[in-house]
Design a protein around this ligand. Structure first.
Ligand SMILES: Nc1ncnc2c1ncn2[C@@H]1O[C@H](COP(=O)(O)OP(=O)(O)OP(=O)(O)O)[C@@H](O)[C@H]1O
Ligand SMILES: [Mg+2]
Length: 409
């Protein structure tokens, strides 16, 4: 746990760049102070493709955070996504030679696991997350401190990114006098923000469906079992709708937001839209359900295949939590439930800011960044019942929002 007060976080997404300032109390409460969101430019499928454009967007959000003159952003915690992110399981060990295992030994074993990963060329290590420990022949130990043994081993989940992707992200901050304190994998950040302690114990799969990527995180028994980034997201769905209706991306974007995948529309129910070349045409709502539903079904199929390949398809009896802007698609929860026969819920993130509340499942990542900043090793975040939520700054909103947020986190 850190003793830091005001923290700045920036989520670099394909569709939005979101930034916030929050006061993180020593008890882990997150009190948002300022918030900014601008359309993203220069990011494709989660990765930086045009540095000046991203720098411009970062300038915009930082300026908004500092606009009332009360705060100056010196350093940030930020997110990284994209297909170069890889998650895999590894291990490390240290000899303890018949002594009682100490916290130092635990750190040594994690460092040993980290050492095996860093040798992989071209990869930047983002997270080394302990899963379980082994002392000699005794496996599945949650906390080995105090146990006596000859050899301590740790199983870890490692999340890494391509070094190039990582440094391109850092470059996007280099123009401004802002240090990047930590870089967190977006999907991991969202997952810890939206899953409850019970879900993390029983086993949950979090899908963050953004504009460019779908980030998959499986958490079970309070540890991360699997992470994966699939380079398909809401942009493809908008593209499909635009292609089908021969219209512009902004019109397609608006159209998909009014279609519900769970509704059965009447034969004659149509939407009239302006096409390319100023020609207005009518499209059957049921046809649009098919176009949108097909791409979501493809995303679900790919997710299920990846989970099966990783051998974790049975690891999340609590089902799925969906977040990210793509989770706002009406009828998605029902579609996923039908395809998987598992419980599914959409994460509702509410960020109380003074008298206003900013809402949206796309704010999972930024809220997760604050949680990641709170503690280095995520132990409390991953397993405890302690109150980690967002509390509003002023009294009027306090009780209702706090109750809601406690339920969500
Ligand atoms: N009501 C809605 N119905 C369907 N899709 C929606 C809705 N609202 C937003 N979206 C989609 O959500 C996506 C944006 O989500 P989000 O802001 O989480 O992406 P991002 O974080 O910027 O991208 P990424 O994480 O992939 O880099 C867009 O593709 C947008 O079309
Ligand atoms: Mg995102």
């Amino acid at each position: 746990m850190k003793n830091k007060q005001i923290v700045a976080a920036i989520d670099i997404g394909t569709a939005h760049i979101t930034a916030a300032l929050a006061n993180i109390t020593s008890a882990g409460d997150i009190i948002p102070i300022a918030f900014a969101e601008v359309p993203s430019k220069g990011i494709k499928k989660g990765g930086v493709v045009n540095i000046p454009l991203v720098q411009h967007a970062i300038n915009e959000v930082v300026d908004i955070l500092q606009s009332d003159g009360s705060y100056h952003v010196h350093s940030v915690i930020t997110s990284l996504s994209g297909a170069s992110i890889m998650g895999y399981n590894s291990s490390g060990s240290v000899a303890v030679r018949g002594t009682n295992i100490t916290e130092h030994n635990v750190k040594q074993s994690v460092a040993a696991a980290r050492g095996t990963v860093e040798v992989l060329e071209g990869r930047q290590l983002l997270h080394v997350l302990p899963q379980s420990f082994r002392v000699d022949k005794q496996t599945d130990i949650e906390d080995p401190i105090g146990l006596m043994g000859e050899k301590l081993s740790v199983q870890v989940h490692v999340i890494s990114a391509a070094k190039t992707t990582y440094y391109n992200l850092l470059q996007a901050f280099a123009h401004r006098d802002v240090d990047v304190d930590r870089v967190i994998a977006s999907g991991f950040s969202s997952a810890i923000a939206v899953s409850s302690p019970d879900e993390k114990q029983l086993g949950i799969c979090v899908l963050d469906i953004g504009a460019g990527t779908t980030d998959v995180t499986v958490i079970s028994q309070g540890v991360v079992k699997h992470t994966e980034v699939i380079p398909i997201g809401g942009d493809q769905i908008t593209g499909d709708v635009a292609f089908f209706m021969r219209t512009t991306v902004p019109i397609a974007e608006k159209t998909k937001c009014v279609i519900s995948l769970k509704d059965v529309y009447g034969e004659n129910e149509t939407l009239k839209v302006q096409g390319i070349g100023e020609v207005a045409r009518k499209y059957s709502k049921n046809d649009l359900v098919n176009v949108i539903g097909e791409r979501y079904s493809q995303i679900i199929e790919v997710v299920l295949q990846k989970l099966e390949r990783a051998g974790v398809e049975e690891s999340f009896p609590a089902g799925f939590v969906v977040c990210g802007g793509g989770a706002e698609q009406q009828g998605l929860v029902e579609l996923l439930m039908k395809k998987t026969q598992l419980p599914v819920r959409k994460a509702e993130i509410e960020v109380p800011l003074g008298r206003e509340v900013v809402k949206g499942s796309r704010f999972a990542t930024i809220m997760g960044l604050f949680m990641c900043d709170y503690e280095e090793d995520y132990t409390r975040t991953m397993t405890n019942e302690i109150k980690i939520g967002i509390i509003p700054k002023i009294g009027g909103l306090f009780s209702s929002s706090l109750a809601r947020l406690r339920k969500q986190f």
